[in-house]
Design a protein around this ligand. Structure first.
Ligand SMILES: Nc1ncnc2c1ncn2[C@@H]1O[C@H](COP(=O)(O)OP(=O)(O)OP(=O)(O)O)[C@@H](O)[C@H]1O
Ligand SMILES: [Mg+2]
Length: 336
């Protein structure tokens, strides 16, 4: 399966053709639908923990969240640490069960992980004992594709992400950026309707990160898959996204949907242009406000110390209360 074939593959079952807007996030228009990959979330509530005696009580991470992503759209999720971005992404990809509400991709309920919902994490999940080619071809192997077909497809997708010549290497023999490129190829080979990416470039140095962003845009423009991308980096969100969803503090909802008006292809110069800087400032203000809100919710006294009566804000003395969640050992709380 070549990248072009992936784009044009017939996946007509259930791809709706209505307006992608709706819910509480329709402040910005979604682009016209072009193919499969529509994500529709209604009234989503996610609870975590509370499964073990003596463990932490159940936490409502996301509450009544509505979200619409149009086919082929690249959207970024921004929000304060601990607001539920990773939890939301895990639920969208089928790894985490909803307590309430629905998630649909092309009109079909998401009830568990599936190859058509690709996921790329910050840390590599490549199998260290398999070659890069075997890692990338793994999804096809699971689906019983013949060896020759698997190898040809893996090579095509490795070439697409600039890893031609590294097929026989093992993950430990690649740099962090190269491993993330292999992760993207591994997700793409399954012809995903949507790829969910959770801070995939956060561990990379600035230069490599920018190259990865450009690479992702190039691949996305060729393959046309919907991408939902979580980041803390506002520049990254503005550089990549068609739209940015800014989440509230926990329990997370969509506070604002922002259409990114910059034409593509986007260049490095854009990041210092006045309209870019103005939009960045707006995003920064929203995230800051929500971060202060989450501090206030957890420790009102500490929040009072960081926000003086005159409204001037001093640097926080207390650490934000929500440590990054471990991606392992999640337990969904019982359905409501
Ligand atoms: N297994 C768990 N049990 C209970 N609470 C959890 C569990 N995993 C995560 N949480 C809590 O859920 C909330 C949301 O976590 P999540 O990882 O989704 O946030 P995030 O927005 O991705 O944060 P960050 O930006 O730091 O990555 C956090 O407050 C976290 O403490
Ligand atoms: Mg996270």
């Amino acid at each position: 399966m070549t990248p072009e074939a992936a784009r044009t593959a017939d996946r007509s079952d259930g791809a709706g053709d209505g307006d992608a807007r709706g819910g509480d996030n329709d402040g910005a228009p979604a682009p016209a639908p072009t193919g499969p990959g529509r994500v529709t979330v209604r009234g989503l509530t996610l609870g975590l923990g509370g499964g073990r005696r003596g463990g932490p009580a159940s936490v409502e991470v996301v509450r009544d969240l509505d979200l619409d992503v149009a086919p082929g759209e690249l959207v970024c999720l921004l929000g304060p640490s601990g607001c539920g971005k990773s939890s939301l992404l895990s639920a969208l990809a089928g790894f985490l069960q909803a307590s309430r509400g629905t998630i649909e991709v092309d009109g079909r309920r998401v009830t568990g992980p599936e190859p058509e919902l690709g996921m790329v994490f910050q840390q590599t999940s490549l199998l260290p004992w398999r070659s890069i080619e075997e890692n990338v071809a793994f999804g096809l192997k699971m689906r019983g594709a013949p060896a020759r077909e698997r190898r040809a497809a893996a090579r095509d997708f490795l070439a697409l992400v600039g890893l031609r010549g590294f097929e026989r290497h093992y993950p430990a023999q690649l740099s962090g950026g190269m491993q993330q490129r292999a992760e993207i190829a591994r997700a793409l080979i399954n012809q995903p309707r949507v790829i969910f990416m959770d801070e995939p470039f956060a561990a990379l140095d600035a230069q490599t990160r920018f190259m990865m962003q450009e690479l992702l845009l190039g691949v996305w423009e060729r393959v046309g898959t919907t991408v939902v991308f979580v980041t803390h980096d506002i520049d990254e969100a503005l550089f990549l996204g068609d739209r940015i969803f800014v989440m509230t503090s926990r329990p997370g909802r969509i506070r604002e949907a922002i259409a990114v008006p910059f034409a593509r292809p986007r260049s490095l110069e854009l990041t210092t242009a006045a309209p870019f800087v103005a939009l960045k400032r707006h995003c920064l203000d929203l995230v800051r406000e929500e971060t202060l809100r989450s501090i206030a919710a957890a420790a009102p006294a500490a929040a009072e110390r960081v926000v003086s009566p005159g409204g001037r804000q001093a640097p926080p003395e207390a650490e934000p209360p929500s440590p990054p969640a471990s991606r392992r050992g999640w337990t969904a709380s019982p359905s409501a």
